[in-house]
Design a protein around this ligand. Structure first.
Ligand SMILES: Nc1ncnc2c1ncn2[C@@H]1O[C@H](COP(=O)(O)OP(=O)(O)O)[C@@H](O)[C@H]1O
Ligand SMILES: [Mg+2]
Length: 263
């Protein structure tokens, strides 16, 4: 069976910037696949091309067998997405945010409401569904966004830095939902992160992306073997020549990643 995500020689340029520089990889059905890289590596740009939001400069992409440039509707029905930046309507309730999304996907009321209740249960927001989203904490908003992206039973779930800015406990909780979903519904998960431990712990395979290029791709055992490393941090350093650094979680918007050149 063909791969559910297939990318060959993808290039994306913004005027003078080559954000994605000739990347090739595949993701198989049911996989949890991580795109690990520092700030500015090209992760969001890749997700945008895969999800029809940007056209590629060159190269081929197939999502569930469809072309994101010429078959946008079929591609869009195949995936759910959580963006890096929050995109909920603060002035609506949690329930209304989900309902609106279900309507956009043309779901009938009974199917939609059943799915909404099930998802609210999974992300533990059932008792908060009547509240306005503006009263929610950052973690609650993320959980609601995760539920919203799944309303239409997508085959593929794209998550762009799903836990950025959240405290460690909330990050674990978010991952529990994502992994449960992957197990229960077989949803293919493609996520980006600059947290080494998230890629290490939750992905089946990962691609390390740096300066728009995939420097290595495979499972953890393969990457450690390739670089003769004890853990992913060391493999990352050997493959890219620099460390991926992040400040400890829980500092809200203050989380940022620092690169330290290897001397
Ligand atoms: N709209 C844009 N116009 C010009 N350059 C951009 C734009 N968006 C991103 N870039 C540049 O492309 C590169 C990759 O960015 P991005 O895909 O957002 O990386 P990441 O998500 O890994 O942080 C960076 O150098 C960034 O500055
Ligand atoms: Mg990004």
């Amino acid at each position: 069976m063909s791969s559910i995500i297939s990318v060959s020689n993808l290039v994306k340029k913004y005027k003078n910037v080559i954000a994605v520089d000739d990347i090739t990889f595949t993701v198989e059905r049911g996989e949890v696949f991580a795109f690990l890289g520092p700030n500015g590596a090209g992760k969001t740009t890749t997700i945008k091309v895969l999800t029809t939001l940007l056209f590629p400069t060159s190269g081929q992409v197939a999502i569930n067998g469809y072309n994101p440039t010429t078959q946008q509707d079929l591609v869009r029905k195949s995936f759910g997405i959580v963006f890096q930046d929050p995109s909920l309507d603060d002035e609506l309730t949690a329930w209304e945010n989900l309902d609106f999304h279900g309507v956009l996907y043309g779901m009938d009321k009974a199917t939609r409401h059943k799915r909404m209740n099930d998802l609210l249960e999974i992300v533990q927001l059932s008792d908060k569904k009547k509240l306005l989203v503006k009263t929610f904490s950052g973690g609650m908003k993320r959980r609601l966004e995760i539920a919203r992206g799944l309303i239409h039973h997508p085959l593929i779930y794209f998550l762009d830095e799903p836990t950025i800015g959240l405290d460690p406990q909330t990050r674990n909780q978010i991952w529990n939902y994502i992994i449960a979903l992957n197990k229960m519904e077989g949803t293919t998960v493609f996520f980006t992160t600059h947290y080494l431990e998230e890629a290490e712990r939750y992905s089946h395979r990962l691609a390390i992306i740096d300066h728009g290029k995939i420097v290595a791709c495979g499972d953890l055992a393969y990457l450690k073997d390739l670089t003769q490393s004890e853990h992913l941090e060391e493999a990352f350093l050997k493959l890219t020549g620099h460390e991926i650094r992040e400040e400890s979680a829980g500092t809200g918007d203050n989380i940022r990643m620092r690169l330290r050149a290897r001397r």
